[in-house]
Design a protein around this ligand. Structure first.
Ligand SMILES: [Zn+2]
Length: 253
C-alpha cells in the first residue's frame, strides 16, 4: 500500500473524528454563549442594584432633612402662636415661609430620586425575567451538550483506536508533513489532503482538488507510483481517487 493511501486512510478517520466533534463543539459553543449572556445580565443587574442602593441612601438623607425642617417649622409655629408683638410674629412667619420653600425643594428632589428608583426597579425586574428565561435555555443547552457527548463517545473511541493503528503504518516523514498540514489547514475543506480532479483526461490535464491549479501529468503518475506528492501551488497532499487510478492504469496497459 502506498504512503498516500495510508495517509488517506488516516485522513478519512480524522475527518470522521472532526465531523463527530464538530456537533459537540457547536453544542458547547451554544452553551458557552448562554453562560456569557447570563453573565452579561448579572453584570447589568449588579450595576443597577448598586445605583438603586445609592439613590435610596440619597433619598433617605433628603427625607431626614425634610423631617428636620418640619420639626423646626412646627417649633416656629408654636412660637408664632405665642408671639407677643406683630413684629415678632412677622419675623417668625418669614422664617417659616423660607423653611417651607426649602422643604418644598427638598421634597421635590426626593420625589425625583424615588421616581428614578422606581424605573430602575422595573428594569431589574425585566432583567430578572430575562435571566430566568436564559437560565432555561442554558439548561436545555447543557442537556443537549451532554447528550451529544454521550452519543459520540463510543464511536469516537472506536475511531481513535483505528487512528492509533493507522498512524503506526505511516512513515515518520510523511506523517510530519501530514501533521503540519493538519495544524495549519485542518479547518479548511480539502486543506490537508485533496483528490486530483480531471480537467481533460484525453489531454492529460489534471488539477489540484484544493487550489484548482493545473498539475503536471508526471505528478499524477508519481502518486500512482506511491510517491507522496504535495501540490506545488498550495502544498496540499494530493491523492488519486480509485476510479481515476483505474482509468489511468487501464490506459497505460
Ligand atoms: Zn493545490
Amino acid at each position: 500500500m502506498s504512503v498516500t493511501t495510508k495517509l488517506l486512510r488516516l485522513y478519512r478517520v480524522d475527518q470522521q473524528i472532526t465531523g463527530l466533534q464538530s456537533r459537540l463543539k457547536a453544542a458547547q459553543r451554544f452553551l458557552d454563549e448562554q453562560e456569557r449572556q447570563i453573565g452579561g445580565l448579572e453584570t447589568k443587574r449588579n450595576a443597577i442594584d448598586a445605583q438603586v442602593r445609592q439613590l435610596s441612601a440619597t433619598a433617605g438623607n433628603l427625607e431626614n432633612d425634610a423631617n428636620s425642617i418640619q420639626v423646626r417649622i412646627d417649633t416656629l409655629r408654636e412660637l408664632m402662636n405665642n408671639a407677643k408683638t406683630n413684629k415678632e410674629y412677622q419675623a417668625l412667619l418669614v422664617e417659616v415661609n423660607t423653611l417651607k420653600a426649602d422643604k418644598g425643594k427638598i421634597d421635590e428632589q426626593a420625589i425625583g430620586y424615588l421616581e428614578q428608583i422606581e424605573k430602575l426597579q422595573a428594569e431589574l425586574a425585566e432583567l430578572n425575567t430575562q435571566k430566568s428565561e436564559r437560565e432555561k435555555v442554558k439548561g436545555v443547552a447543557a442537556t443537549d451538550r451532554d447528550q451529544r457527548a454521550d452519543e459520540i463517545r463510543d464511536r469516537l473511541e472506536e475511531l481513535k483506536k483505528q487512528r492509533e493503528h493507522l498512524v503506526k503504518e505511516v512513515p515518520a516523514d510523511a506523517l510530519a508533513i501530514y501533521k503540519d498540514r493538519t495544524v495549519r489547514f485542518g479547518d479548511d475543506e480539502d486543506g490537508v489532503m485533496a483528490a486530483i480532479h480531471t480537467h481533460d483526461f484525453r489531454r492529460h490535464e489534471f488539477v489540484c482538488g484544493s487550489c484548482m491549479m493545473g498539475i503536471p501529468f508526471e505528478s499524477v503518475l508519481a502518486i500512482l507510483k506511491e510517491k507522496l506528492t504535495p501540490c506545488t501551488s498550495c502544498g496540499v497532499i494530493m491523492f488519486v481517487e480509485e476510479d481515476l487510478a483505474e482509468k489511468l492504469t487501464a490506459k497505460s496497459k
